[in-house]
Design a protein around this ligand. Structure first.
Ligand code: KG4
Ligand code: ZN
Length: 328
């Protein structure tokens, strides 16, 4: 079995995965959303302190598995340096005391492996990763053979939902809040411009759209109503998703894609899922989605990647296993 640890942002999570069957034998996650909600975003120092309490609490429920463990997998990058450190320190302590090898896991690769939890891998696949930190289209050819073909030049898709929710005074995380509110709104009321519409660049940008929303809110001023908020949420979501679709249409036109997937916390958005499904249907492409509970950050996806790394003997020494905030 593999014990996996995730602490790259505001979720403390530990899982146990059986190597031969890929079965998930244990999973627990403690989210810190409530604690960060009043600040409208994640406060790294606070997040690190909460991990320092939550991770040992979760670990105490996994002791029965200790004699069966073969390796410890842990998210080392990308993420918040102070929160990554909490997981990395726990992984090293376990590795020393239980005499087990360490597996360093790229969090983004973990999101891709959320598709294969208790399933076999499917490669090659083109993957849209939409999370709080990233918006990327990835050409996934095989284990560890991932090439980014498009990415955001500024804010990410998920982050823009968080910021719009914050501007509307609605709390954190903004994604689910905006998606829910958008159901009550008129998505055509605000005619926000789709970013990079006339640009040949295969890239994403959300800072301009965020600014358009800011100006619309400012124009409404003090008299902003609940209906105004819902209309802004719906119009923003329509344009945010249309931007992804506009660039993806080009990717589909230029390549033959048999298998396509959406992963990351924002892949839980049902409006986005529906729009992408229409696109993949048009090209007779298979659409792969992770189970909703595995879209946001979790240690199960880290463990699933860990199983593949273990089979290939991809271990990391104690000296090399460090928290690296930025992606490589
Ligand atoms: O993957 P994730 O859990 O953490 C990172 O690796 O960043 O993604 C969290 C992000 C947040 O920005 C959150 O607002 C967004 O995913 N998100 C959503 C939805 N659910 C979560 N964005 C849009 N619609 C949603 N339903
Ligand atoms: Zn994530």
């Amino acid at each position: 079995m593999i014990l996996s640890i995730e602490s790259s942002c505001d979720d403390s999570s530990i899982a146990i995965t059986k190597i031969d069957t890929k079965d998930v034998l244990f999973h627990k996650k403690i989210s810190q959303e409530l604690e960060h909600s009043k600040y409208g975003g994640v406060v790294p120092e606070l997040a690190a302190r909460l991990h320092a309490k939550a991770l040992p609490d979760i670990l105490s429920s996994t002791k029965e598995f200790f004699p069966h463990l073969k390796a410890i997998a842990v998210t080392t990058h990308p993420g918040l340096s102070v929160t990554l450190l909490e997981g990395v320190m726990m992984a090293k302590a376990l590795s020393i005391s239980l005499k087990l090898p360490l597996i360093s896991v790229n969090h983004l690769y973990g999101h891709i492996y959320s598709l294969f939890i208790e399933r076999e891998e499917v490669f090659p696949m083109t993957v849209l990763l939409v999370s709080g930190g990233h918006t990327e289209v990835i050409d996934a050819k095989g284990f560890d053979d991932f090439r980014v073909i498009a990415k955001s030049m500024d804010d990410s898709f998920g982050e823009s939902f968080d910021k719009v929710a914050k501007m509307l005074g609605l709390g954190y995380p903004g994604g689910p809040i905006i998606e829910e509110l958008a159901r009550e709104g008129d998505e055509k009321r605000f005619d926000f411009t789709v970013p990079l519409q006339n640009s040949p660049k295969l890239a994403f940008s959300y800072s301009g759209l965020k600014n358009q929303v800011r100006l619309a809110i400012a124009e409404l001023g003090e008299k902003i109503s609940d209906q105004d908020r819902a209309d802004i949420a719906a119009s923003f979501q329509r344009v945010a998703v249309e931007h992804l679709l506009h660039k993806l249409r080009r990717v589909f036109k230029e390549r033959e894609i048999r298998d396509f997937a959406i992963v990351g916390g924002a892949s839980a958005n049902l409006y986005l899922r529906e729009k992408i499904k229409t696109l993949t249907d048009k090209y007779s492409t298979n659409l792969h989605l992770a189970e909703l509970k595995y879209c946001s950050d979790n240690a199960v996806m880290i463990g699933r990647y860990g199983v593949e790394a273990y089979k290939r003997g991809r271990f990391t020494t104690h000296c090399e296993l460090i928290a690296k905030p930025k992606s490589e």
